[in-house]
Ligand binder design. Structure first.
Ligand code: GDP
Length: 477
């Protein structure tokens, strides 16, 4: 693939989570095509075949020479033609603090203005913003997705800064895996949103890496190809820059951060890649401004004391980055993403789901057998759960019964107590009534006696009165 000089730009709908790419997208030239079809040096856990099996396969394959032209030598051309028709896709993740120069560098790399809005330092959370563009160079179409980390490094809590990035990368792998696992899958025309490269922007402090840088790179290095770059390299002196580069690399090594290494297994590019590995991290300068140098307009940053030319290798590593990222290793980055990072995600995910390539005693296990074993395990588990629930139900019923019986006993005791109290009260009342009746009888007796006395006295007083009257009458006469 040749470097972009003047790409035409047309915008594709914004995609936060665009699906995966067709496998043939991973080829860009006939060499790359063959490379991507041949077994790579990367160990792919799921495709590990034992030495014995490989030996047997070799013995079953005979090498023959044909006596005339057949025509399959045109296979590379057929593949190149088809790939050109289908186009390619490449996804870049830019991780770095707000204002570190991410958008400017991407514009400079692809020699176009992606018109990304300036972001603020005041976002409460890190947000990943993906935008897809379609670029054309000669007859090659490139669907380019740029994912920017908005608000990165602006949070106090470091974990809040890098976790959304990790989650985003995983989400793209998950989308691809889900498509792969579908019965009716369409990987052929599927837009791959898996991140092929992460450009990690380091501040040109001249000191050392920040904790956030180390934490982020450490949590990303098994998921994505990381290319660290020292941003705004024009603000640090040449001598300081060299020391800074050495310091950064030793810090990365001592922290066990694995950055992407340009491959050296293809002898056509081994030499350049090996020498470029020694220049990492690239110290870059970005600018879309053009300044006249001699009789040529060049991209540069102009200062009162001079001009920093973006593409001048004495001024910055921009050209090295562009060559390595776009012209030489774009295909390898895509392949590493598929064969290393995605494969690792897929393996862990499938193992998490209970799938395995080998059964007990290390015997190979087919998908069907794994499925049957899983189904068996599931039914066993379900039965165990059912039994557990039944027992729990019986236990609960027993407990409830005991509680009810206890309540019944208590009620009975209460009833007996009340009955006793009632009985006692009744007896007391009976006693009172008897006493009252006796009092009434005594009273009645007293009353009767008093009435008799009263009558007697009345009668006595009546005869006295008559005698007095008779006496008065006789006196009068
Ligand atoms: P982003 O927020 O990370 O995308 O940062 P921008 O690309 O928007 O850049 C922020 C500011 O840094 C702008 O004023 C750019 O002109 C400036 N800038 C970008 N690249 C460089 C560079 O390489 N050197 C210097 N000195 N300034 C730069």
């Amino acid at each position: 693939m040749r470097c972009l000089s003047r790409p035409r730009l047309c915008r594709v709908l914004p995609q936060r989570r665009s699906p995966g790419c067709c496998p043939q997208d991973r080829r860009s030239s006939s060499a790359a095509l063959f490379q991507s079809h041949m077994p790579t040096k990367t160990t792919c856990p799921s495709s590990q075949v034992s030495d014995d099996e490989q030996k047997q396969k070799r013995e079953n394959t005979r090498s023959l020479t044909m006596s005339g032209h057949v025509g399959f030598e045109s296979l590379p051309d057929q593949l190149v033609n088809r790939s050109i028709q289908q186009g390619f896709c490449f996804n870049i993740l830019c991780v770095g603090e707000t204002g570190i120069g991410k958008s400017t560098l991407i514009d400079t790399l692809f020699n176009t203005n992606f018109a990304d809005h300036e972001s603020s330092h005041f976002f409460p959370h890190v947000r990943l913003k993906a935008q897809t563009y379609e670029l054309h160079e000669s007859n090659v179409r490139l669907k380019l997705t740029i994912v920017n980390t908005v608000g990165f490094g602006d949070q106090i809590n470091k974990e809040e800064s890098y976790q959304p990035v990790v989650d985003y990368i995983d989400a793209q792998f998950e989308a691809y895996l889900q498509e792969e696992l579908k019965i009716k899958r369409s990987l052929f025309n599927y837009h791959d949103s898996r991140i092929h490269v992460c450009l990690y922007f380091i501040s040109p402090t001249g000191h050392s890496l920040k904790t956030l840088d180390l934490l982020t790179m450490k949590s990303l290095d098994s998921k994505v190809n990381i290319i660290p770059v020292i941003a705004k390299a024009d603000i640090i002196s040449k001598a300081e820059l060299q020391k800074f580069k050495i310091k950064l690399m030793s810090e990365l090594v001592s922290s066990g951060v694995q950055i992407y290494q340009f491959p050296t297994d293809d002898e056509t590019i081994a030499k350049i890649n090996a020498s470029m590995n020694g220049h990492l991290p690239f110290a870059v300068v970005g600018s879309m401004d053009e300044v006249k140098i001699g009789n040529k307009m060049v991209k540069a940053r102009q200062y009162p004391w001079g001009v920093v030319q973006v593409e001048n290798e004495n001024h910055s590593d921009f050209v090295k980055l562009r060559e390595m990222l776009i012209c030489t290793n774009m295909e390898d980055l895509r392949e590493q993403t598929h064969t290393r990072h995605y494969e690792l995600y897929r393996r862990c995910k499938l193992e998490e789901m209970g799938f395995t390539d080998v059964g007990p005693e290390n015997k190979p296990l087919s998908l069907q057998e794994t499925y049957e074993a899983k189904r068996h395990e599931f039914y066993g588990e379900r039965q165990r759960k059912e039994e557990e629930m039944k027992q729990m139900f019986v236990q609960r019923v027993k407990e409830k019964e005991a509680i009810l019986k206890e309540a019944e006993r208590e009620l009975q005791a209460k009833f007996e107590h009340l009955k006793r109290v009632h009985q006692e009260e009744r007896m007391k009342l009976e006693e009172k009534r008897r006493l009252l009746e006796e009092e009434i009888i005594a009273f009645s007796k007293k009353k009767a006696t008093s009435e008799i006395y009263q009558n007697q006295s009345y009668m006595a007083s009546g005869s006295n009165l008559k005698k007095d009257k008779d006496r008065k009458n006789s006196n009068f006469m």
